[in-house]
Design a protein around this ligand. Structure first.
Ligand code: NAD
Ligand code: UDP
Length: 320
């Protein structure tokens, strides 16, 4: 049994990771300040004696004897990470320093949840890990993009200077159950709008593309990365190479929900990347043939079911 710390464990991805690592027989400490996460996501785990919930802000140091750390704490939706950009960059940078310091002290292996946003508005398509990216350092997305880039640098430096055992994954757009209905990212926005019969908001003309990965595929890849061979530190892309325009996504969700919602267009946010699609050859090679198994429609069915239940008030709701 390993003792595992998951920062951001009450968030969308973190809650799935907590559940899976508990099911595999580990002891899990879930650390979160509940900025975008919620107790609802982990309420089913609270009775498990091997699960511990810690309300803590990772911009402050935290100490616990653990074997592994998954560092996920950081708001991931543009709406939320732009709400307080200084806090966002502090979370990425000081969060990395605090978790790396802990890893160094207790000799834990540590994995950083980085992002496809390190590629910015990519001039190379699709994006391999060797691409250094095209990021505006002073734009509205910079607090997130540059914070995550700096965190990658810190991970490499703690590895080279202090021999900390690190792993870095670059996550591409991931969706699924446990996304907050107010998350603001495109899949949850379109589904919630469709289910409520509200207008579906496409930013810009909807020709921009994203590659959507179902959360179970990400969790599988993340755990395989943590357990990958000594000496392989990444960064490694984890994403589904299926690429869709936002217009295609909207039509798919309209058809699948049978909604009468209308599409409306809103202003495209500044620095919104025009295209994004991962090259996943490295993940396939290093992570025992890992590749996404869940096609977009299959993942959307599960996500629509989740939001239907949530919106109808049947899901467990915990007041914080
Ligand atoms: P999320 O917003 O649902 O989860 C983030 C969690 O971190 C939340 O529970 C939040 O409360 C917590 N948090 C934020 N600031 C904190 C702080 N200062 N101290 C402690 N906890 C804090 O987002 P998610 O989609 O689950 O993303 C998880 C991680 O994966 C993030 O680091 C994100 O950057 C990365 N990522 C996600 C995606 C994706 O598409 N889901 C893509 C790329 C990268
Ligand atoms: N988007 C949209 N309508 C929405 C939310 C997002 O058209 O209601 C667009 C957004 O402009 C971007 C894409 O969908 O081009 C993905 O946005 P998201 O916030 O999910 O992720 P990111 O931009 O970080 O990849």
């Amino acid at each position: 049994m390993k003792k595992i710390l998951i920062t951001g464990g009450a968030g969308f991805v973190g809650s799935h990771l907590c559940k899976r690592l508990l099911e595999e027989g580990n002891e899990v400490i879930c650390l979160d300040n509940y900025f975008t996460g919620s107790k609802t996501n982990i309420v089913e785990l609270l009775d498990n004696p091997y699960f511990e919930m810690v309300r803590h802000d990772i911009t402050h140091p935290y100490f616990a004897e653990v074997d592994e750390i998954y560092n996920l704490a950081c708001p991931a939706s543009p709406v939320h990470y732009q709400y307080n950009p200084i806090k966002t960059i502090k979370t990425s940078v000081m969060g990395a320093i605090n978790t790396l310091g802990l890893a160094k002290r207790v000799k834990a292996k540590i994995l950083q949840a980085s992002t496809s946003e390190v590629y910015g508005d990519p001039a190379v398509h699709p994006q391999p890990e060797s691409y250094w990216g095209n990021v505006n350092p002073i734009g509205t997305r910079s607090c997130y993009d540059e914070g995550k880039r700096c965190a990658e640098t810190l991970f490499m430096d703690y590895h080279l200077q202090n021999k900390v055992d690190i792993k870095i994954i670059r996550i591409f757009n991931t969706y699924g159950p446990n996304m907050n209905p107010d998350d603001g990212r495109v899949v949850s926005n379109f589904i919630v709008q469709a289910l409520k019969g509200e207008d579906i908001t496409i930013f810009g003309d909807g020709t921009q593309t994203r590659s959507f990965q179902y959360v179970d595929d990400l969790v599988e890849g993340t755990i395989r990365m943590m357990n990958s061979r000594d000496g392989f530190i990444g960064p490694v892309n984890l994403g589904n190479p299926g690429e869709f325009t936002m217009m295609e996504l909207a039509f798919k969700i309209i058809e699948m929900t049978g909604t009468r919602s209308k599409i409306i267009h809103k202003k495209l946010p500044t620095d919104d990347p025009t295209q994004r699609k991962p090259v996943i050859d490295l993940a396939k090679k290093e992570l025992n043939g890992w590749e996404p198994k869940v096609a977009l429609e299959e993942g959307l069915v599960k996500t629509i079911d989740y939001f239907e239940e949530l919106l109808s008030g049947e899901a467990v709701s915990v007041k914080l």
